[in-house]
Write a protein that binds this ligand. Structure first.
Ligand SMILES: Cc1cc2nc3c(=O)[nH]c(=O)nc-3n(C[C@H](O)[C@H](O)[C@H](O)COP(=O)(O)O)c2cc1C
Length: 212
């Protein structure tokens, strides 16, 4: 079984559809874990997980330890919020700590990383990669990234009129005008971008080969 974890609160958003596309391409059975549906608290720093390799907190992270330990590989997806991976992903990554001590459960386990950003998916991807690889010894086998052109400023109501919004700061005057007139052309779906769709499929195939 493959573990497929993502941190977007958007059900069936670009990120969720991308991790699913990647998982399907592996040919493995998988379980989709939507972190935003779970109650996962921050590490309380007690380090009692060093003995027994489980967290003392009985929240929604508790049942995931066995599942992640026995998974043949991981697909992890994250979104860029404020120039880094969102807090939902961070909490999950922090709470993997019980599986780290002495004989790390994830050493050399293959992991594929998927990320979406309104303007830049890269910071979310690199935060996840550094965490998985440098702390938990996962073997990162590749990434699939997508720029959705869907900043929060498209839904907040102020749009291009907000002086610190992404449209005012980074878009052309024409794109801002189009936004004022309710143009939806900037809402992008990864399926309409053949290169991103192919990247997900390639990532899934590479993951399958890495699992062997
Ligand atoms: C609070 C918040 C902050 C955001 N900050 C950034 C940002 O700094 N850079 C960026 O590229 N996108 C940013 N975004 C846009 C999200 O990355 C974007 O909406 C993404 O497409 C969400 O993917 P999803 O539909 O799969 O959940 C932000 C979105 C929210 C809600």
């Amino acid at each position: 079984m493959l573990a497929v974890v993502h941190s977007s609160p958007q059900k069936n958003g670009n990120l969720e559809r991308m991790v699913v596309r990647t998982a399907e391409a592996t040919g493995y059975d998988y379980r989709l874990i939507r972190l935003a549906d779970l109650k996962i608290g921050a590490c309380n720093g007690c380090i009692r997980c060093a003995h027994g390799k489980r967290c003392v907190q009985q929240d929604d992270m508790a049942p995931l330890y066995n599942e992640l330990e026995s998974a043949v590989g991981l697909i992890m997806g994250g979104v860029n919020y404020n120039g880094r991976v969102n807090a939902t992903a961070h909490l999950f990554l922090e709470r993997l700590y019980p599986l780290y001590h002495r004989n790390p459960a994830f050493r050399d386990k293959p992991a594929a990383v998927v990320a979406v950003g309104g303007e830049a998916p890269d910071p979310a991807a690199s935060d996840i990669i550094e965490y998985l690889r440098d702390i938990y010894f996962f073997r990162i086998i590749g990434t699939a990234l997508f720029t959705s052109d869907n900043p929060p400023c498209l839904t907040c109501g102020y749009g291009a009129t907000c002086p610190v919004g992404i449209p005012a700061l980074h878009w052309t005057r024409e794109d801002c005008e189009a936004l004022k007139h309710g143009h939806g052309s900037r809402f992008r779906c990864f399926e309409n971008d053949p290169e991103t769709a192919r990247a997900c499929e390639r990532l899934g195939t590479t993951l399958r080969k890495s699992i062997g």
